[in-house]
Design a binder for this molecule. Structure first.
Ligand SMILES: Nc1ncnc2c1ncn2[C@@H]1O[C@H](COP(=O)(O)OP(=O)(O)OP(=O)(O)O)[C@@H](O)[C@H]1O
Length: 591
């Protein structure tokens, strides 16, 4: 390669030689990937450059959220950036790997067909597969009274509008593990609440105590939404008798359910030797669960406890590596280990947001554009070259409402105003990024109120918590508002899963301004109205999953700011992650 090396480019590994250097210079692998490869090959005295390249490419794959590297696919996946590079021939590459000390004890790498893994992910994937197979292989749970189950299904899911949910609950009642999938508003929580009532009734008939139920989700926000939705179902739709059988419960994050350990960030108090005591474990927003957390959860759930994994496989996958929910749908269900419990009909949205989400899921770009341009009340497409004025008039009323309520010290009103609207960006930086739009909204506030926002902390500053703080009881994804107290001081009121908490601003460390937020961070939360800023075509993040996740954060109204090209491009790209779980579950299927 003749490309000049820029010594100030931190992605270039100046010590790299040979193939690693070529791939690094072409921008396919970063300096960090080169270092991983060099360290491993030096340690185990491997001199074959093809093995070093494979190591670097596994590191690259993991950085992008994959569990492994598929050697048969990587060249296509890298595409143009790697067109000029000297790729090893697949068969020879595999042969070199099989002969490598890196695939022998202590096994830093593992090869499964053409998939190459770092040891940690290989072990986690294998554990998840085996735990799931073991659960699926157990004799089905006993139904204490079939007639009562059928009557319960009819009572809790009456008539034709509940037909899908009735079928899903019927399926779930008969298996230890259920993957309950559906888009937004398809009635997943309703199904869960009804199913829990059915299972509690069966336990009563069998003479057992009331089942001990764990409701959990990957983030505090998602856990709080789950609890709220199940309570709403219990008070609204379930009879007093059904509600009483369920008893009281609180939803918790997965980390809290499994129990943090002060000596480890990756191990929990509950594990294979100290199982969770619950009889039923319901996990919401499973698409956000990483492979590592799924491994920790599966080892902690008792074999005789029911596990109900709820989620929308069309959403973005977890921030950390893996695509567990999609793999479970394709592997567990398609592999014949468990029966599908899928909900398809949306009950919540005015038909437009539902139709938009469906058109995205079904890959129909013309339909997506037709709904966006349909001129309805709930879906708007802002195609202006310069949308700033449109955005200013759309966003400013809520921003000022937050500020007015905060100035009056009314935390309830300020938090309610905050939940009315979310401005979502794909990126943090750049002209369509969160930081730019946070500053833009702050400038609008200054222009409107003639009150310059000199300080980081100002009245009405909405904030997003970006890391769990167990001491304070606030969690990644919690949101809050800075309000003025009668004595003039500022406090930050945070809506946490433990209820409303307030702090002096100086106590808060991992915080970002929330006039705008990234789509990735918005996973697991919703707002009445959502504005989505489409990134330009060069954005590598622009995918169907990103667009789908963004629009489905809206409860009542969604505004998409972009152009036809960016929408079409988003729909044409998939956020694919290489994993082997689906294949492992399908291979050898239900045995
Ligand atoms: N069969 C049905 N007929 C009419 N309304 C329904 C039905 N099922 C659920 N609903 C209503 O639709 C709304 C969405 O239901 P639910 O909250 O259970 O969906 P969900 O899939 O959990 O939503 P999300 O994951 O997007 O929060 C609720 O207001 C619920 O009461």
């Amino acid at each position: 390669m003749s490309t000049a090396v820029d010594e100030f480019d931190s992605t270039l590994a100046l010590a790299a030689t040979g193939v690693l250097r070529d791939f690094n210079t072409a921008g396919v692998i970063l300096a960090a990937d080169v270092h991983v490869a060099t360290r491993l090959t030096t340690m185990l005295e491997e001199t074959d450059e093809r093995v070093a390249l494979a190591c670097a490419l596994v590191a690259r794959a993991v950085r992008a959220g994959s569990i492994c590297l598929d050697l048969a696919e990587v060249r296509d996946e890298v595409g143009e950036d790697g067109a000029e590079l000297d790729w090893p021939v697949l068969d020879e590459w595999l042969t070199a790997l099989r002969a490598s000390p890196l695939l022998a004890a202590p096994y830093p790498l593992h090869l499964e067909d053409t998939r190459l893994y770092f040891d940690r992910y290989w072990r986690e994937e294998e554990q998840v597969e085996q735990d799931l197979r073991r659960r699926a292989g157990r004799p089905a749970p006993v139904i204490a009274n079939e007639a009562v189950l059928q009557a319960g299904l009819g009572r809790l899911f009456p008539g034709s509008s509940y037909v899908e949910q009735r079928a899903a609950a019927q399926t779930a009642a008969r298996q230890w593990t259920t993957v309950l999938t559906g888009g937004p508003g398809t009635g997943k929580t309703t199904t869960v609440a009804g199913l829990l009532a059915l299972l509690a009734e069966q336990a009563e008939i069998a003479g057992d105590r009331s089942p001990w139920i764990a409701l959990t989700a990957p983030t505090g926000k998602a856990a709080a939404r789950l609890e709220e939705a199940v309570r709403r179902e219990m008070s609204g739709r379930l009879s007093a008798e059904d509600t009483a059988r369920l008893g009281d419960f609180h939803a918790r994050t997965l980390h809290m359910l499994l129990g943090r350990r002060p000596d480890s960030s990756s191990r929990f108090r509950h594990d294979r030797d100290n199982r969770l005591p619950h009889d039923i474990v319901v996990v919401d927003e499973t698409s956000m669960v990483s492979l590592t957390m799924m491994a920790r959860l599966l080892e902690a759930v008792r074999p005789g406890a029911r596990l109900i994994l709820v989620g929308d496989p069309d959403q973005l996958a977890s921030i950390e590596a893996g695509a567990v929910l999609a793999d479970l749908v394709d592997g567990l269900v398609a592999g014949g280990h468990i029966a599908a419990a899928e909900l398809r009909t949306s009950h919540r949205f005015g038909s437009e947001i539902g139709a938009l989400a469906l058109a995205v899921r079904e890959d129909r770009p013309d339909n997506v554009l037709a709904v966006l341009r349909g001129g309805g009340d709930r879906v708007h497409f802002v195609e202006d070259d310069d949308p700033r004025e449109t955005l200013r008039s759309a966003l400013l009323p809520d921003v000022l409402a937050i500020r007015d309520a905060a100035e009056a010290g009314d935390a309830d009103a300020a938090l309610a105003a905050l939940d009315r609207h979310r401005l979502l960006c794909a990126h943090r930086e750049g002209p369509w990024g969160v930081q730019h739009w946070n500053r833009t909204v702050e400038r609008w506030i200054t222009e409107e109120t003639e009150d310059p926002l000199w300080d980081t902390w100002y009245v009405g500053r909405p904030v997003l918590v970006t890391a769990n703080d167990y001491a304070l009881g606030i969690y990644n994804g919690d949101v809050g508002v800075t309000i003025r107290r009668p004595d003039g001081s500022l406090r930050v009121c945070i809506d946490s899963s433990r209820g409303r908490l307030d702090f002096a601003p100086s106590r808060l460390g991992n915080i970002e301004t929330l006039h705008a937020m990234t789509i990735h961070k918005a996973q697991g939360s919703q707002a009445a109205e959502v504005t989505v800023l489409m990134p330009n075509e060069e954005s590598r993040l622009l995918t169907r999953e990103l667009f789908y996740t963004a629009i489905t954060r809206a409860e009542n109204r969604v505004r998409v700011v972009g152009d036809e090209q960016s929408v079409r491009l988003a729909l044409s790209r998939r956020a694919l992650r290489a994993t082997g779980l689906r294949q492992r579950l399908v291979d050898g299927s239900a045995d």
